[in-house]
Write a new protein. Structure first.
Length: 131
C-alpha cells in the first residue's frame, strides 16, 4: 500500500491524504499511517497546505528514486513475461488482467459502501422458530 500512496503522490500528483484515501478506497487514518511511514523513510514530506487544517504531500528526491526503481522492476517483469508468451498471448493476458483489475475495483467499491460484518447494527436479523 505504501507504494500505491507513493505512486499517487509522485506520478499522479495527488497531494491530499483525503483524495488518496478516496482513490484507494481506504479510510483516512490508514492513509495517515502509510504517509507516516513514507515520511519516516524520507520518501515524502508533509508541507503546509492552503489552510491550517490540511497538509500538502510532496515527494522527495528519494521518493522519486524509489518510483524509478519500481518502474525499472515492472519493465523487467514485462520483458521476462514476453519471453514466455507469444504476442497474441500478451494481448490476451493484458485483457484478462485489466478485466480482473476492473472487477476487483468494483468489488472493493461495493465492499467499501457495504456495512461492516463486525458492526452489530448491520448484523442480519435472526429468525425465530416460527419463521
Amino acid at each position: 500500500m505504501q507504494l500505491l500512496v507513493l505512486k499517487n503522490i509522485g506520478i499522479h500528483g495527488i497531494h491530499s491524504q483525503a483524495v488518496i484515501a478516496e482513490r484507494l478506497l481506504i479510510d483516512a487514518p490508514a492513509v495517515s499511517r502509510l504517509v507516516d511511514r513514507l515520511e519516516e523513510d524520507g520518501l515524502v514530506e508533509r508541507r503546509a497546505g492552503e489552510n491550517r487544517r490540511c497538509v500538502r504531500l510532496e515527494i522527495t528526491d528519494a521518493g522519486r528514486q524509489e518510483i524509478r526503481a519500481l518502474e525499472r522492476a515492472a519493465e523487467w517483469v514485462d520483458v521476462q513475461a514476453r519471453a514466455f508468451l507469444s504476442p497474441p498471448e500478451v494481448v490476451e493476458l493484458s485483457r484478462l488482467l485489466e478485466k480482473l483489475q476492473t472487477g476487483l475495483c468494483q468489488l472493493l467499491g461495493t465492499e467499501a459502501a457495504a456495512p461492516r460484518k463486525d458492526d452489530p447494527a448491520s448484523a442480519p436479523a435472526t429468525r425465530n422458530e416460527d419463521g
